[in-house]
Write a protein that binds this ligand. Structure first.
Ligand code: FAD
Length: 399
């Protein structure tokens, strides 16, 4: 039984079949669409470069072909662990032997900002596309990944865009000061009115009022201030919940028959030695294999480094690792031309890397992080030195 028909849920069904499971699979989703990927919602679907069909995880007939009982518009309202059943909105019950929670996350809302837009589902993209097609001014609250991608799409559609961010730089919690500047410059250069360190007092269909009284008129306001994991079911069922559903490195919850994966899972990460909840596509893509293995009785360990990508204007970027407690950021390449790799270092070792308009380097960056060895900074920042050769400890090959 899988609750949540998003990327993680769909992948779990796929992997279970790939692993030879021939029992019953029920995939329950509260949306009306079969599982789809969300990154295009703020990129090619929004700009019209791609259509919905390209966003679905599987072709329409995949579920029947693989004997997956996909039920759409099926919101689960409770998990009865004693009876090993889940309860649906219509009161019906479905039994399970093993259960995966892949309920994802919901956009955090701004109190009192009901008539604003959000971006999580197909319908949200449609509403925003209408604004891009007919409006002339958009205000975006929150300079996180979603807010910035929407800002880029809106600028490319010719709208005036104001981005309002409470912190002093966009993406500050994710990237830190050094690399966050790249994104601030990018948007300012593309004509975004980027207002940093501001507090939004009120937001509605006609615009935003800041705490200092400044009024920003807009045809629509998009709120992109992060997401909250959908943990209500797990919490009510008495599972351990703390910033997501707490799972171990096998993605097992505090109930040995229940697993969690994707945005909703706060999983113990063996490399970091702590729990980590990742709201990224690659995580939702890969965690299900580990959860599925556990459901079939073969414990596997999830220790992938967090991976994320974004596309904004002509900037394409991939980010790998976790810059937890970093003490230095160094760059390799041309930052002004936005063609570089940034490395986050902690105690002389690389803990994260971000390649901007430089491709096919995530393998070597991953090897550098996983090696856990100190690097020679001069060699690391010299684009003529192959990334495979920048470790100061040459005695051991990267793991
Ligand atoms: C606009 C946008 C852009 C993004 N861009 C990027 C990007 O560029 N790069 C990147 O790495 N990541 C990106 N992400 C993040 C990525 O899309 C998510 O990490 C991924 O969707 C998580 O998949 P999931 O299956 O865990 O959760 P979700 O995709 O949220 O799916 C969970 C599903 O479960 C359903 N559900 C919840 N509760 C219940 C219930 N009680 N009963 C039944 N169904 C339920 C939900 O409605 C939803 O359909 C983006 C996300 C958004 C919203």
């Amino acid at each position: 039984m899988i609750i949540g028909a998003g990327l993680a849920g769909a992948k779990a069904a796929e992997v279970l079949r790939e692993k030879g499971f021939d029992g019953r699979i029920v995939l329950l989703g509260d949306e009306q669409h079969r599982p789809y990927e969300r990154p295009p919602l703020s990129k090619d679907l929004l700009t019209g470069k791609a259509d919905r069909e390209s966003a679905f995880v599987h072709p329409e007939n995949w579920y029947t072909d693989h004997d997956v009982d996909l039920r759409l518009g099926a919101a689960v309202t409770a998990i009865d662990r004693g009876a090993r059943e889940v309860v649906l909105g219509d009161g019906s019950r479905v039994g399970y032997t093993k259960l995966l929670l892949a309920t994802g996350a919901e956009p955090r809302s701004l109190p009192g900002a009901d008539a604003t837009l959000r971006l999580r589902r197909f319908g949200d993209t449609e509403a925003l596309r209408q604004v891009l097609a007919t409006g002339s001014r958009l205000a975006v609250v929150g300079a996180g990944w979603v807010g910035l991608e929407v800002a880029a799409a809106a600028r490319q559609a010719g709208l005036e865009v104001t981005v309002l961010e409470a912190l002093e730089l966009p993406l500050l919690p994710a990237l830190g000061r050094e690399a966050a500047r790249v994104f601030a410059d990018l948007h300012v250069e593309h004509g975004v009115d980027l207002r940093l360190g501001v507090q939004v007092a009120e937001a509605g269909p006609g615009g935003v009022r800041l705490a200092d009284g400044t009024r920003i008129e807009a045809d629509a306001v998009l709120v992109g201030i992060g997401a909250i994991p959908n943990t209500a079911l797990a919490e009510a069922a008495g599972l351990d919940v703390d910033n997501g559903i707490q799972v171990d490195e096998h993605l097992r919850t505090s109930d040995p028959d229940i697993f969690a994966a994707g945005d909703v899972a706060n999983a113990y990460h063996p490399l970091l030695g702590r729990h980590l909840r990742v709201e990224h596509w690659a995580n939702a893509l890969k965690q299900p294999a580990v959860a599925a293995a556990g459901m079939l009785g073969v414990d596997a360990v999830y220790d992938e480094l967090p991976y994320f990508y974004t596309d904004q204007y002509d900037l394409g970027m991939e980010f790998l690792g976790h810059p937890d407690g970093y003490d230095r950021v160094v760059f390799r390449g041309d930052v002004a031309a936005r063609e570089f790799i940034a490395f986050w270092l902690k105690g002389g070792k690389v803990v994260a890397g971000m390649n901007v308009n430089v491709w096919d380097v995530t393998g070597p960056i991953k090897a550098l992080i996983r090696s856990g060895s100190a690097v020679d900074i001069d060699r690391l920042t010299d684009p003529s030195v192959p990334l495979a050769d920048v470790n100061t400890d040459r005695s051991g090959a990267p793991a």
